[in-house]
Design a protein around this ligand. Sequence first.
Ligand code: PLP
Length: 382
Amino acid sequence: MPDYKYSTLAVHAGQYPDPQTGAVNVPVYLTSTFELTGIGTSKGWDYSRGGNPTRDRLEESLAALEGGRSAHVYGSGMAAISALFGSLKAGDHLICSHNVYGGTTRLLNLVIVNYGIEVEYVDLADLNALAAALKPNTKLVHVETPTNPLMQLTDIAAVCELAHKVGAQVSVDNTFLSPALQSPLALGADIVMHSTTKFLNGHSDGLGGVLVATTPEQADQFHLMQKAQGGILSPFECFLVLRGIKTLPLRMKQHEENGRAVAEFLATHAKVKKIFYPGLKSHPQYELAVRQQKGFGSMMAIELGSREAVELFLKSIKLFLNAESLGGVESLASNSATTTHASLSEERRLEIGITPGLVRLSVGIEDKDDLIADLAQALEAV
Ligand SMILES: Cc1ncc(COP(=O)(O)O)c(C=O)c1O
């Protein structure tokens, strides 16, 4: 692809007319298998677990959006992370942000440790702690920035510099900002991961995940994981993500505008004890957000003080929906302790700051005045 700007890539990378029919949209190849041209020869595809033309187009699009060498899509964000961590070997040391999506912790604690992989959680905001934790057998440092749900940031470039000194690779879960608002590879990261379920799809109608590779070795490995483990994304869901990506830059502009307006409203509200949003100057990592991100996005969390307050708030919202997930066009609110982070012990949740009174907000693309009015009336009830 020529050196097109971002919005052009979103519409056109991987999404050119079908060579056979001229169809403007990528056709959905609902086929499990392909007729071979001979013994061991094909027109490029033989069986859809190994490859499918619709999937190829989505992978081309995602590689272009992240500036990677190749992209590899899986049936969910967790399937993508499983393929990433599953690429390590017994005896390898894996460092993970101490504060990540609860599903990532569940995968590490209940599955990955059983493979003889040494898992260590480190507060990656503390670079001294990372330097002390890195070892000759550290193969991967996994970063989630901003974190789910507390919006803590990690300095990607600084982490890469330290990790690369011991030969470890750095993977970044870029789900909360999308490639429109953060480019981890440009900051030195080796691998980008997304739950495409969120902003990339953008319409809350399909799960998916992706690993973006920067080397031929990673590309071979991530393709092997698709083929060997089988956790691939279906052609129809690939189409849905392709459809969503076309409007990603446009949606992110509105998410950003609404996110800032909602955060500014909540920051001064008497019932909100604390707000976590890196776009506010009061956020301790505001400077890092400005330096490393291309926007602040529309994810935030607020502290309401108690589970009872959260219950009243979630019962009172009308436009915001009390639902897990994020990154769709509709605004959602959820209590992290009982949803995304329910798999952690209460002690661990409190240790990392996920209190019973915390509510995560995914601000959608509705009119911001309506969203603020909805939050205002719900906070009245608290
Ligand atoms: C930051 C982050 N990474 C990964 C995942 C997992 O994605 P999925 O639900 O598509 O498996 C989520 C899900 O909420 C998430 O928020």
